[in-house]
Design a protein around this ligand. Sequence first.
Ligand code: ADP
Ligand code: MG
Length: 246
Amino acid sequence: MSVLLQVQGLTKSFGGNRAVDDVGFELKAGELLALIGPNGAGKSTTFNMVNGQLRADAGSIRLEGQELTGLAPRRIWRLGVGRTFQIAETFGSMTVIQNVQLALLSADRKVFSFWRSAADHRRDDALALLAQVGMVPQADRPCSVLAYGDIKRVELAIALANQPKLLLMDEPTAGMAPKERNELMALTKQLVKDRGLGVLFTEHSMDVVFAYADRLIVLARGKLIAEGPPLLIRDHPKVQEVYFGT
Ligand code: ADP
Ligand code: MG
């Protein structure tokens, strides 16, 4: 598979604190890459530089060769970098399918004031997206009545509406029971393989990371200390030190 995301020399300080320090890695299309590390390691800061919420002090971030650093978040989103949030966000009073139709409106550059027409907008495409996340049976229910795991599925469909090449997921399974968590990750993995999507995700549960990630990168105090397939990382001495203090 081709290289989708290439990060080199990425650096960001807050005051005197180097939150991200000369970090480099690559992510291929069709790959599920986990970014792990203890609290404060620099995971969210890295994410926020990739999606443009934060400006890097130094380094480059390229999507299929195109430089993203310095571009506005909206432009980066247009180029194909999608994201989901740690706390799933949908419009509770709207139905599942309306939420996806609204995302399609936005992806089509229709302005938000046209939201009233969302009810008619690309209903079949919205249904196709809901089929991909297994939410067709709940299409006409308001999001406010859904179980949390189902809201996360809708959120995935919303992110897919813009046809991202790269999806950033910051702790996608936070607050989920093990069964929901496994379902969400299995679904994500399937989307990655079916669509050739690249996914960069952070995750606290090592069970999830080892079960689903194709590859891991490990940050500690802003530095990339290890990278490789799950089995190699688990026994890596630096990772043992950071996680278990051995
Ligand atoms: P992680 O997501 O791995 O827990 P973060 O990227 O949130 O880590 O934070 C990395 C470091 O940068 C921490 O020391 C944190 O306190 C600091 N930091 C993060 N965001 C800010 C900010 N907006 N202002 C000041 N310091 C920040
Ligand atoms: Mg974080």
